[in-house]
Ligand binder design. Structure first.
Ligand code: PLP
Length: 339
């Protein structure tokens, strides 16, 4: 099953017969402002990459984590977790049916990973599951992509309690959490009370550098060690480690980034409200999701005008990435003509 993601412009450009360079690409939730790549010493390119204590300290500070480790994008770990969980949990090996609980709507790679590993999938929506099988897996995407919905620390603490009772693995995907205040994250609540808890953090989205393929996992000591061992010494390239270490410590850039994403996303919300007054519009600082009955037709019309957004898997909404000021003007003028 090939999963459709945003960011596949060349395919869409070909489909609509419009050259790639003519498109306004708002198909991802990656920040349109990226962290400025610092000068990278030649040695970083020459040497094998090392995960330095200074990078770990920077990540611990930024993510408020006691135990964390870099990965080659959270996607790397999403793919690996089923086999790591099967190896760690001896009871799961003998289980006839293995169960995974996933959001009905959300980043589909979680679903794919657990389904490929032979798990029976159960879907929840809105309310977190409170009746789960022993040794199962629960995935929460917080905030949800594309719904923007969030769960509170209280709700997640309750869920952790259920997971603990059932010896289930709890995975919280906080790929888009950087845009919220630090209190939003469940990372500071990871403790020794329950070891099977993993929080995934993307680096590429908030820092606007999805191409360098780095992310972080924040978890308990035992899982940090399992993950560290499993990804091996050189999964993440040296330049990515170097850039991330600087970006994670660059507090003034992070403040600027939050402010400008917030302000652009408010503008986007207002603009889209003007054009889709009856639609349900849900906005966060990294994307806007517009639910409407004719999402598919509007998607088609926007593509014909060389505006690439993401039609959700359910085909009931368009997820639109945040436009930077120049793109915003372009979007506005295209909407006037094409809608
Ligand atoms: C919710 C969610 N989690 C994880 C990822 C994977 O991102 P990355 O591997 O760049 O960290 C994505 C990518 O779109 C996502 O939307």
């Amino acid at each position: 099953m090939a999963i459709i993601h945003g960011g596949q412009l060349s395919k869409v450009a070909k489909q609509f017969g419009i050259p790639e360079q003519e498109w306004l690409d708002l198909s991802t939730g990656i920040a349109p402002f990226s962290y400025t790549i610092p000068e990278i010493p030649e040695k970083i390119w020459q040497d094998l990459p090392t995960i330095s204590p200074s990078l770990i300290t920077a990540a611990q500070g930024y993510y408020q984590a006691e135990f964390c480790w870099p990965v080659a994008g959270s996607q790397q770990l999403i793919e690996k977790l089923p086999s790591l969980w099967n190896d760690k949990n001896s009871a799961i090996k003998s289980a006839q049916v293995k169960h995974a609980y996933l959001p009905k709507v959300g980043y589909k790679e979680h679903q794919r990973a657990w389904s490929l590993a032979g798990y029976q999938l159960h879907f929840y929506q809105g309310v977190l599951p409170d009746n789960i099988e022993k040794n199962s897996v629960v995935v929460v995407i917080n905030p949800n992509n594309p719904l923007t919905d969030t769960f509170s620390i209280q709700q997640l603490t309750q869920l952790r309690k259920h997971c603990q009772q059932q010896q289930a693995l709890l995975i919280i995907d906080e790929a888009f959490a950087d845009i919220f205040p630090p209190e939003f994250s469940f990372i500071p609540h990871i403790n020794n009370e329950y070891e099977d808890l993993i929080v995934l953090r993307s680096f590429g989205k908030f820092f606007g550098l999805a191409g360098i393929r780095i992310g972080f996992v924040c978890t308990t000591e035992i899982w940090r060690d399992i993950i560290k061992e499993s990804i091996g010494p050189w999964s993440i390239n040296g330049p990515a480690l170097f850039i991330a270490e600087q970006a994670l410590q660059d507090i003034s850039w992070q403040i600027l980034q939050k402010d400008r994403l917030q302000s652009q996303s408010e503008k986007m919300h207002q603009l889209l409200l003007t054009y889709f007054p009856t639609a349900r519009i849900k906005t966060n600082a990294l994307f806007v999701t517009v639910f409407m009955e004719n999402a598919k037709q509007i998607y088609q019309r926007l593509c014909e005008s060389a505006v690439y957004v993401r039609l959700t898997d359910e085909q009931d909404a368009l997820r639109i990435g945040i436009a930077e000021p120049k793109q915003f003007i372009e979007l506005k003028s295209i909407l006037i003509i094409s809608l």
